[in-house]
Design a protein around this ligand. Sequence first.
Ligand code: NCD
Length: 303
Amino acid sequence: MKNKSITSALEISKQDALKIFQLADKIKMGKVPKLKGKIALLFFEPSTRTFFSFYSAALLTGLTPIGFQSIEGTSVKKGESLIDTVRMFLGYGADCIVMRHPRAGAPLYIAERIDKPVINAGDDSREHPTQGLLDVYTIRERFGKIDGLRIGILGDLRYGRTPSSLAYLLSHWDTELVFIAPPLLQIDKRNDGMEMILRERDVKYEKREEVRVEDLDVLYVTRIQRERFPDEREYLKVRGAYRITRELLNRAKKDMIVMHPLPRVDELSPEVDRDERAWYFRQAENGLYVRAALFSLILGGWK
Ligand code: NCD
């Protein structure tokens, strides 16, 4: 990982991921490394979980979080450039920049221009590598392995940024991926070359339109990213195209798990929460441990 930055899941090797998972296991059991320094959280797009899990991970490990959760009230509103905003936070002593931005590639742009590590916390429809890490961590926690699993990734594979990062990380293991989506939202050449990358990495995958779940070990549900559709009429064509209910789960394996990066809107019925296969809240909690592990590897000296 260049400069210890994480701008794409493609930069995270299997060895890196395993190291992060092992450390996250320890942190989850209460063995928390003590770190010193400041983390700048620069969120140019709304966030609840990602922002506050990074924030809590900083506090847990003894780091001081600075920054903003929204551009309301910042000089970005006055037209300040991205690099100037970042420079300010470096001046205030930030040792690492965590950044979410509505422009694809913005974290990489910054990582190439500063000496401190940059962590991508989501850039437009492109990627969300730390979400991918906590997703794979959760799968490993549940099954004790990743190899041999059949993982369905359902929903907005076109505008969502969690499916790509998840699939890139899973490419290190021997999994079978099933991309389930209406044609308008399926992976293809529109998704930043995602399909090409999966082919290059010899990932076994298939595409499916119908929401069938009986062959899956993991069902990873995502929200339709309404705000990223350039044309609201396109969104209306796919609105409500799929919904996971208890009835659908009756047809799934008894030990399958349902995951979701959250927030959910209407694609995952709240009645599923009562099913023991619902793993999304545990998944969200794991964000804290995985991000604390990441801080400790990045700031504590990655070897
Ligand atoms: C996701 C995101 O921001 O990409 N949320 C998250 O970080 N947990 C998913 C989404 O917004 O649908």
